[in-house]
Design a protein around this ligand. Sequence first.
Ligand code: NAD
Ligand code: 0WE
Length: 256
Amino acid sequence: MGVFDGKKILIMGVASERSIAWAIAEALHREGAELAFSYPNESLEKRVRPLAEQLGSRNVIRCDVQSDSDLQNLFNCLEASWGRVDGLVHSIAFAEKEDLQRRFSETSRAGFHTALDVSAYSLIAVCGKLARLFPEDGGSVVTLTYLGSQRVVQHYNVMGVAKAALEASVRYLAADLGEQGIRVNAISAGPIRTLAASGIPKFKEMLGEFGDKAPLKKPLTTEDVANVALHLLGPASVAVTGETTYVDCGFNIMGI
Ligand code: NAD
Ligand code: 0WE
């Protein structure tokens, strides 16, 4: 008997076993959920299919969130296979590498557009498309954000602006979809070494500073994030919507 027995949940944003979305998928599977996965392109399909199969899922759908036809395809596939969706995990972000390296004031129009399109607009687009598939008694959406939306984090740059837009979108979506019983929340995770964090210059130094400053001295893991995602996706949080919950060992509360 699991808390998610019979629940159908779409996971967007698995790229490897290190992905935050993967830890959430594993935890949901343990609690009895039936899962579908999306991937943006063929090279990631090769990674995602075998992972999905580990959790008993053959429901693996192509969806580059920058493509309207892929978004329509996502809806069509889920309507055909499940006819219903109870939950959505949105764990997607992208900015051009140069925009995370050069000065913020040198962000290009195209780079700004890409970061906001993939990392913020995609949540609105997916929620809009899938809203009709959520049941009468509602459903739950969880997205992932980062403190760089609220404070200046060196080099996070245009991603910080995109995450600010994402967090505001969580509130507007929560207000809009509340009448359908759909809840929308964000988890603001502390830094974790995943593919999205690899290649970030001085990430190791950042983790060191994080460890020194955070009140809790445990190393932050994707499982820690997954446990809070389960709470936000499940019945224990039926009266919570539009919130951003920090899962960062308390780092965000600290001044000097
Ligand atoms: P990850 O690289 O495993 O996941 C990022 C995912 O984004 C990948 O699966 C990738 O396929 C997907 N993606 C990128 N462009 C896409 C597109 N056009 N269409 C569809 N999918 C696309 O890294 P992660 O750390 O697990 O990141 C997941 C989320 O967590 C992101 O939103 C990230 O901003 C957020 N986050 C990460 C950290 C961290 O330190 N790792 C901290 C806070 C928040
Ligand atoms: O949201 C993120 C990372 C998002 C990300 C990462 C990449 C790397 C590869 C978006 N786009 C790209 N584009 C690429 O080409 N995090 C919260 C992790 C992260 O990234 C940082 C951080 C932290 C923390 C970048 C600079 C400073 C801190």
